[in-house]
Ligand binder design. Sequence first.
Ligand code: ATP
Ligand code: SF4
Ligand code: MG
Length: 324
Amino acid sequence: MNPIIKVEDLKAVYLVREGTIKAADGISFEVPENSVTAIVGESASGKSTIIEAMTKTLPPNGRILSGKVLYNGKDILTLSNEELRKIKWKEIALVPQAAQQSLNPTMKIIDHFKDTVEAHRVNWNHNELIKKASEKLKMVRLNPEAVLYAYPLQLSGGMKQRVLIALALLLEPKVLILDEPTSALDVLTQAHIIQLLKELKKMLNITLIFVTHDIAVAAELADNVAVIYGGNLIEYNSTFQIFKNPLHPYTNGLINSIMAVNADMSKVKPIPGDPPSLLNPPSGCRFHPRCEHAMEICKKEKPQLIETENGAQVACYLYKEGGR
Ligand code: ATP
Ligand code: SF4
Ligand code: MG
């Protein structure tokens, strides 16, 4: 399948008083059109940084050092603000992490839709706006009559998340990116949001990219999974293969830890050690201080992402290009 988005060697950092936080350190992956891709990793591994760098929405102390983000062959990172504005929301829409807090408590939901339309200079009259907003709210299984004139505080967390998804769908983007769409929600509401995203995928001609710290959510929803560790993409494969045959020792540990819910607890091995500091990351493979297979080379040189004979991509010296 054709990639709709191709990320090439994306490097992004944050400048802080103590130095430079290397939060996305040479990330490359392809997103096939009409697929669902999950970006998975533990907290502070750099997932949001990747999404924010890809959409040029990094905070003021964030810097993109290098890389390309090709959307249908065009590098988003080189677009002017005006060109970027044309693409955003109409082609690529983003629901950022904790976006619920960005809903203005003094504005009714209809006014959030109005603001979005105005910000993207779309000429709809009031009736058209109501029609389109209602259509999108119905798509996310909300009752427009109950929601359009409500204030955010009158809605539950799950309803707010649905409103944010409806807002992101307003201009019918081809790619929808969601950063932690299910975190901060109770388990039942999380399941409803996952179900909704599945339905949207079936209903619309859309490519979904979502971030989660929960590999179980990725298993439910994604076609492909990109595993992030310490600012590096360490494994990329179909969801089926990632679960059936995880290659990287970290991916293995992650999958092992979720199997704990159903499996024999005595077989569960938590990953020892702590996540790396991204201010002073470990040399070579950033996972080496925690890896039971670490070799001398792992401490010295960063393993590149290579393709194994089965088409999996992995950054680990246990594997060789084209085979083990
Ligand atoms: P989470 O699951 O908690 O959302 P994440 O995987 O999305 O984590 P990022 O938010 O991308 O991680 O952060 C990657 C690293 O960059 C972390 O060490 C984080 O502390 C740091 N970081 C993020 N934003 C900033 C910022 N504005 N200034 C300085 N450091 C930052
Ligand atoms: Fe472990 Fe070395 Fe592979 Fe890193 S490169 S995961 S340290 S074996
Ligand atoms: Mg994040």
